[in-house]
Design a protein around this ligand. Structure first.
Ligand code: MD3
Ligand code: FE
Length: 207
């Protein structure tokens, strides 16, 4: 079978366009199951802002934010129960993408599930609540197109814009791991697989 197109966005940042397309329907079904147990919610930043992106998690721990700060939690603060387990299909896509990108042995223990509706966005930030920055983060986009921004190691560094579409997988590791990144406000649209939303899965080794 043909290799998926592999695009190096920057050292350590590998875009595998449409790599998750063959299993996209299965991933969406897994999201539906996760959400039954741990519904999407709008968390608040430590500064008190309500996030426009709705989030939930699966795996041994999940990323949360509230007045006390940004961190990982072994339980869903809404219920006090553990997060739903990491679906096997998430793990398979993430570990195979990581090894294609040169990160063999990736063992994610957390998956943040983001849900964007038109207008939702994520301002430039770094992902630094994980224990070991030697471990990459794998992101999987589903549904509506997003204009993703990635910059450098300083917030003030220039940003590049990359359009991420249904089934696109990106591995962020090595020197790209701490780059600033964000998502511009989602544009209106309708996708055959997801309707009027975009989902993004980020698989992480949090602990
Ligand atoms: C670059 N999510 O959840 S995924 C996030 O589309 C997040 O929902 C965005 O940023 C989204 O934290 C972007 C792409 C991504 C994820 C993690 C990264 C890019 C990254 C970590 C380091 C550098
Ligand atoms: Fe991020």
């Amino acid at each position: 079978m043909a290799e998926p197109p592999r695009e190096e966005l920057a050292p350590g940042a590998v875009l595998l366009r449409r790599a998750a397309l063959p299993v996209a329907a299965e991933l969406l079904q897994c999201i539906d199951e996760v959400v039954l147990q741990a519904p999407f919610r709008h968390m608040h930043t430590p500064g008190g802002h309500r996030m426009s992106v709705a989030m939930t998690n699966c795996g041994a721990c999940g990323w949360i934010t509230d007045a006390s700060g940004y961190r990982y939690s072994e339980v869903d603060p809404e219920t006090g129960e553990p997060w739903p387990s990491l679906p096997a299909a998430f793990l398979t896509v993430a570990t195979s993408a990581a090894s294609t990108a040169g990160f063999a042995g990736f063992q994610p223990d957390a998956c943040l599930v983001n849900c964007y509706v038109p207008g939702a966005r994520m301002t430039l930030h770094q992902d630094r609540n994980e224990a070991d920055f030697e471990q990459p983060i794998v992101s999987i986009s589903l549904g509506l197109l997003a204009d993703f921004q990635f910059g450098g190691l300083l917030r003030s560094d220039p940003v590049r814009r990359v359009r991420l579409g249904h089934g696109d997988v990106v591995v962020w590791g090595g020197p790209a791991r701490l780059r600033f990144h964000g998502v511009l406000p989602l544009k209106d649209g309708k996708h055959a697989a997801t309707g009027c939303v975009r989902y993004n899965l980020t698989l992480r080794t949090a602990r």
